[in-house]
Design a protein around this ligand. Structure first.
Ligand code: NI
Length: 192
């Protein structure tokens, strides 16, 4: 029960934090990452579920594209208010920082909890959701459809081989096949 109230307060915290964001995209993204992370956590009995849950929910609260914060300021503000021990907060923030594709390119996260959250974040970039997000992002940044299609080759089709956990690899395989099908159909329709 205690756990559930902590999680629901984290949900409310990110809801208000991302509120100014026009499309509410990042709140929805964080919630999907949280749900996927918990599905993976169910298959990884050795993980600390609270660390996974909080790291997933808070993983974008200090994203440089959205917030001008440093040292996980927004995440730590919530964790301090909830009287989470410093040691636990450090673990959560280490997991958050291991997730970032740009900050952590090529490096495998050091903890199981970070691996799970990174997998969940990457899974949200592929499959049907990944396709939708790619074109939403492209539209917002005035990219042509062709430029968005290029993003599949550049990044999205590489993600399935970067999963850390068996469950995520399985989920990624399914989402990957769907993207390949989409690209195939795109090429057929556009004669490319
Ligand atoms: Ni994310």
């Amino acid at each position: 029960m205690q756990q559930e109230t902590l999680i629901s307060r984290a949900v409310e915290y990110i809801r208000s934090l991302f509120e100014g964001n026009s499309d509410g995209h990042d709140f929805d993204h964080s919630m999907r990452v949280y749900r996927t992370a918990m599905v993976i956590a169910d298959t990884e009995p050795a993980c600390d579920r609270q660390t996974v849950a909080l790291a997933a929910l808070l993983h974008d609260t200090d994203d440089a594209k959205l917030f001008a914060t440093e040292h996980n300021e927004n995440a730590r503000k919530f964790l301090a208010k909830e009287k989470i021990s410093e040691e636990a907060a450090d673990r959560i923030c280490a997991a958050i920082n291991a997730v970032s594709f740009s900050k952590n390119r090529g490096k495998r996260p050091e903890t199981l909890e970070a691996m799970i959250v990174q997998d969940a974040d990457r899974l949200d970039a592929i499959g049907a959701v990944g396709i939708a997000r790619t074109f939403a992002y492209g539209g917002k940044h005035s990219r042509s459809l062709d430029a968005s299609i290029q993003h599949f080759d550049d990044k999205l089709l590489l993600l399935k081989d970067l999963m850390n956990t068996p469950k995520a690899r399985e989920m990624a395989g399914e989402r990957h096949r769907f993207m390949e099908q989409f690209i195939c159909e795109w090429q057929k329709e556009t004669g490319q």
